[in-house]
Design a binder for this molecule. Sequence first.
Ligand SMILES: [Cu+2]
Length: 173
Amino acid sequence: MRTPLIALLALVATPILTTGASAHVVAVPDTAKAGSYSAIAFRVGHACATGDTTLKVRIEIPDGVASARPQVKPGWTYRLERGPDPKAAPTAITFEGRLPDEAFDDFAILMKLPAQNATGGDKLVFPVVQTCETGESQWTEIPSPDAPDAKLNRPAPTVTLIPNGAAPAAHQH
Ligand SMILES: [Cu+2]
């Protein structure tokens, strides 16, 4: 845990917290229409340790995403990793710059999402490695199908695909 205060808050607030509410690395938004072009931001809520500075954020692009373009960020560079097919989407995108622990930032990627998840589930998983001045945090844990709601220390950001044309749940009557 980062500080005793956060530990205490976690104890008190756990029943009402949703997964997206923790100050981890999360996808914003964490739902998107299957088959759509969607800009998804990867929100870095804190550094690897208290007072540390984030220097690098590497986001893996899952199979089935047909294109992925990073949003240019002033003060940050980006680097694309590609597989053998130059026309395929990058396999990973790495942003490099400086983000102090006291601040947060969003790293956006415009993606053509799969019509359905290539791996069969309704969630796309984006493993992220955050590199800081004093170490790194691997946001790569994936919920087990046996315990989908189990609390993970460093969950990978996920995007849930919703069927194209389906009304958002909040608008159903
Ligand atoms: Cu966190």
